[in-house]
Design a protein around this ligand. Sequence first.
Ligand SMILES: [Zn+2]
Length: 495
Amino acid sequence: MVDKKPIYITTTLPYVNADPHVGFAMEIIRADALARYYRLAGHEVYFNTGTDEHGAKIYEAATNEGVDPEVYTDKLAERFRALAPALGLAANIPGITFNFIRTTDKDHVAAAEEFWKKCEAKGDIYKKLYSVKYCVGCELEKTDSELENGRCPIHPNRELEFREEENYFFRFSNYTEKLKKFYDDHPDFVIPDFRFNEMRAFVGRGLEDFSISRLKTKMPWGVPVPGDPDQVMYVWFDALVNYVSAIGWPKDMAKFTKWWPVIQYCGKDNNRQQSAMWQAMLMSADLPNSEHIVINGFINSAGGQKMSKSLGNVLNPFDVIDAFKDVTPFPDDVLRFVLLHDIPSFEDGDLTMESIKASYAAHLQNGLGNLTSRIMKMATSYAVVYTDYPGDATVETQKSAVVSGACEQFDLHKAIGEIWSNGIGMLDAFIQREEPFKKIKTDPVRAKENVAYLLNNLLSIAQALKPFLPRTAEEIGRLIRENKMPEKPLFARLP
Ligand SMILES: [Zn+2]
């Protein structure tokens, strides 16, 4: 156990200018499931998330509300902090350090300044007149090749800004060859492959320097540029540094060395920032690169339609939890289930309240919930006790090699799918074939053996489910241990 290497997993930091959306809920739940998986496999885990609080978009939103950005971000950061209890995140598990970083934290700001100085000392930061098309929605410059009909494809309703000012630039162009070599030396750096290929192509075209500061007179809400009171750091530059500041860099190098490098989760719109820009910044600061960048697809509405406020099809993660709170004690696990099971690990997926309800009925109510009730009913009425329960199972290694193999390839969709198709499906078929509920009258010894077999396998399923549906898994384990029927159905029928 002490020999297993510490694992550091992070999400991206969402902007606090809007409520948490279902795409970020998926990202953080996947990161959480992976953190739990590694913890159960005996690793110490550091799990980082938090909020990105600087930049024009936040400054604009605070100004619109007529409040100081500090007051505005304090309020909104709390809504993101509330995700941990609401989504059942591993915030209080021994062996998992759950860290919530805000980019307005003092230590983070100091780290961003130190990081800047390192890149500057390397000769990678210079000042020049800057004239560019900028999407405030993305907080990113846009080159013509990235635009669709002259607009940002992610924010087609926002006007691009044309900006001309003197800013600091990062010599990204210095890192074209270094990144190519790094990618070649780390063939599984970006996951999945098709996203890695996008980055190889992007770097292969040759990299252009990017702006990393803003004039303070135009946008004061940022980390000050060291040695230049007229400029603040560009929000991406400051925010990316959180992945190292969250583990103590540069103040606590022992802590940093213990946890680095990192496994980073992000959405497909963040590939370039995480897999290329951030990696070049690390090289510039003489820090080792990240370990893996895992790229999620987007969640769309029915038929692949983009979720948008104007279409009224935006799915709020808290609404999903709300919709199930009267039919199950574990509504957070319902949200976790659909985000892990119903959406592919790397491609885009569709999700609507209707699809969630259908999936709930098929897989939780008629699947896992019903199977647990049937097995526990037989176990309690025939007095078959599971005697070989391994006690505290928190560090039990997962039994299924397929499940753990899929987890280690970040394919959590495949891992949980395997539990349903080959775990739950197999036990359903076993009950149908062996009919222990009939056999109990003719051959009670054999019937009880069947039930013991079912209990044993249900426990394996509960073990394997721990990273994905932690509270449900815990409850099934308890029912088996105490030889009890669920007091009420784990997943009752929706009204
Ligand atoms: Zn945009």
